[in-house]
Design a protein around this ligand. Structure first.
Ligand SMILES: C[S@@+](CC[C@H](N)C(=O)[O-])C[C@H]1O[C@@H](n2cnc3c(N)ncnc32)[C@H](O)[C@@H]1O
Length: 374
């Protein structure tokens, strides 16, 4: 008897620019073989199970969008006609309203708010002030794509961030750095300039086998087509991964700023990993490896870039000190640094190679990695 194929969804996984390949690798680990990356996103086809799993497990994604319609419209009459034919029944429960986020490029219909208003009207009267479903509408020329957001709050919001030191990284970017620097979660990790602790907290969650989206609600759970049984089976997989996680490796977080260490600890407390991390206050010049466990491991950090953090900023000394300390006290380890100026990175060690090219906060940045010779 011919086997029936599970229905699939056409999906765009949105991610910070520069993390597309890491997201494609993460999708591959969920069994998604064919992906195609464009700036800021990865498109693929997912089964319902993979759609749920991608929301729960992807560490580097921002949100997962399911494409529900494509049509052409060059007038409001066309748009209204197409909107009337859309089937919202699987995606919008009766009490839920739609929030349309519209972008257009080289389109005859270019007034984003007018497009959103027409689409809202096409849904008839809906309660206001209650639950909302984000619907992303994108027009390129006259071709419209309508997608429903499966995630809800952005996926990088793991739920622990409150106390914010200056210039925090997104959790998804920290996860991308760990992956691109090829950190093995069984080996030590040190962030000597930890700020609000994003890198070490993400590392502790990874080594404990905690799914990125565990414990937070997802928009897809309120869809009329939601399959509780499939979700329960994906959640059980998350529980299994957690139960099977190995011994935690030494993870050390240091910052010279007492306030930063305090806020990072508070964040780690909320994330449930404060005990998994060794905390120290100290300058990079005094940095020593973790007190427990043997190296080698990974020294992974996001030093100040100048501009936002140190206006007068001659950062050369700081970067040179990081390089000297890394060579002298972490021989045999690997280093990964997120820098906004490649010339400065040469102060750390010449010849580091580019693992990621990112744009955090709209600024260009590179993750450079390499071994620290013995
Ligand atoms: C860009 S922030 C790190 C942000 C962090 N990745 C996060 O997600 O919150 C850089 C950090 O380096 C620390 N720092 C600057 N100079 C330092 C030094 N000489 N020794 C140790 N920490 C230093 C600052 O206090 C600041 O918290």
């Amino acid at each position: 008897m011919a086997q029936r194929r599970a229905p699939t969804h056409s999906v765009l996984v949105v991610c910070p620019p520069g993390l597309e390949n890491v997201v494609a690798d993460e999708l591959a680990s969920l069994g998604v073989r064919r992906t195609s990356a464009a700036k800021g996103g990865v498109t693929c086809r997912l089964t319902t199970r993979q759609l749920y799993a991608s929301n729960l497990f992807l560490r580097c994604a921002t949100r997962v969008l399911v494409r529900v319609a494509r049509f052409e419209a060059s007038s409001f009459a066309d748009l209204e006609g197409a909107a009337a034919g859309l089937d919202w029944a699987p995606w919008l429960a009766p009490g839920v309203s739609a929030r349309f986020r519209v972008t257009t490029r080289r389109s005859r219909l270019w007034h984003d708010k007018a497009i959103a208003d027409r689409l809202t009207e096409s849904l008839g009267s809906r309660p206001t002030g209650g639950a909302e479903q984000l619907v992303v509408v994108r027009a390129v020329g006259n071709r419209f794509t309508v997608s429903v957001d499966a995630s809800g709050a952005p996926l990088h919001e793991r739920g622990w961030r409150q106390a914010t030191a200056r210039a925090p990284l997104r959790e998804s970017v920290a996860a991308g750095m760990l992956a691109a620097a090829r950190w093995d979660p069984a080996t030590p990790l040190v962030d000597p300039m930890c700020g609000s602790g994003t890198i070490v907290i993400e590392a502790a969650l990874v080594s404990a086998g905690v799914a990125a989206g565990s414990g937070r609600p997802m928009a897809l759970q309120s869809w009329p087509c939601f399959e509780p049984g499939t979700w329960a089976s994906v959640a059980a997989e998350a529980d299994r991964r957690r139960a099977e996680a190995g011994e935690p490796p030494p993870i050390l977080a240091v910052d010279r700023d007492d306030g930063a260490v305090a806020s990072a600890r508070a964040n780690a407390e909320r994330a449930g990993v404060v005990e998994a991390i060794e905390w120290r206050t100290g300058a990079i010049s005094d940095l020593l490896p973790p007190s427990s466990g043997d190296g080698p491991g990974l020294l992974l950090t996001n030093p100040p870039w100048g501009g936002r953090l140190s206006a007068a900023g001659d950062l050369r000394n700081l970067y040179a000190t990081l390089g000297r300390v890394a060579r002298e006290r972490f021989a045999g380890w690997r280093i990964g640094v997120l820098v906004a100026e490649r010339a400065l990175a040469r102060q750390i060690r010449p010849g580091l190679s580019e693992a990621l090219r990112l744009e955090p906060g709209g600024r260009r940045a590179w993750l450079l990695t390499g071994p620290l010779g013995r």
